[in-house]
Each structure stands twice: as C-alpha cells, then as structure tokens.
Design a binder for this molecule. Structure first.
Ligand SMILES: [Zn+2]
Length: 125
C-alpha cells in the first residue's frame, strides 16, 4: 500500500509538472468544451506513465462528465469538436463520454472523427 501511495504521489507530481505545457497547449480553456471553470489536468490513462498525449486540460464540468456524471444530449454537443483533436486524451476521452449518449448524431460524429477504427469500434460497440 505504501508503494502504491508513493507511485501515485510521483504520478501526481509528474502531472503537475506538465500542467504549464498543458495550459499553453489548451490556450487556457477546457480542451473538451472550451469552458474556463477550474481548469485542471485530467488523466486519460491512469494505468500508464503520464505524458502530454494522455492528459487533457478540462473544466470542472467536463471532469465530472469524465467521471460518469449524467449529461443531456444538448450539453454533450459542446464536446463534439473535441473528437477532431489528434491528442488521444482529448478525442478518445471526449469520445468515451459522448458514446454513453445513444443519439444518432453521436454515432455519426464518432464515425466521422479521425480516431482509428479500433477505437471507434470500442466506443460504438
Ligand atoms: Zn469543459
């Protein structure tokens, strides 16, 4: 347990050290919806060594959505552009949230995006 705690701490420190780079990349706005509220790095692949491709700078609401908070279809439309990012934490992360919504436009948007086919298949089932 102590080891896990230590690893987690190192991970948090590493993520924090990437925060400035992320903020610059994001233009100080949420990389999913463009919002500005409580922007923080979000970890797309907690099982991996953190780097910029698996982190996204997200607002509070989008971090809640990433954690599974329910969203209505209208709100999710603001995440649609994120699917076009070439950064996995942005495109795939937003894709995962969007895929929970079963509306046809979500399916279409994911199919049209630049994600690889394996990822699309995983998202659309
Ligand atoms: Zn957001």
């Amino acid at each position: 347990m102590a080891k896990g705690y230590q690893a987690n701490r190192e991970r948090q420190e590493l993520i924090a050290s990437l925060g400035k780079t992320l903020a610059k990349r994001a233009g100080f706005a949420c990389e999913w919806c463009g919002g500005k509220e409580e922007l923080r790095p979000w970890d797309h692949r907690p099982e991996r060594e953190p780097d910029e491709s698996c982190l996204a700078l997200l607002c509070r609401r989008c971090r809640d959505l990433a954690d599974g908070a329910p969203a209505d279809a209208n709100e999710l439309r603001s995440l649609r552009n994120a699917l076009w990012s070439d950064i996995p934490a942005i495109a795939e992360g937003a894709g995962r949230v969007l895929a929970r919504c079963k509306e046809p436009w979500v399916r279409e948007a994911i199919e049209e995006s630049l994600m690889d086919d394996a990822m699309k298949k995983e998202l659309l089932g």
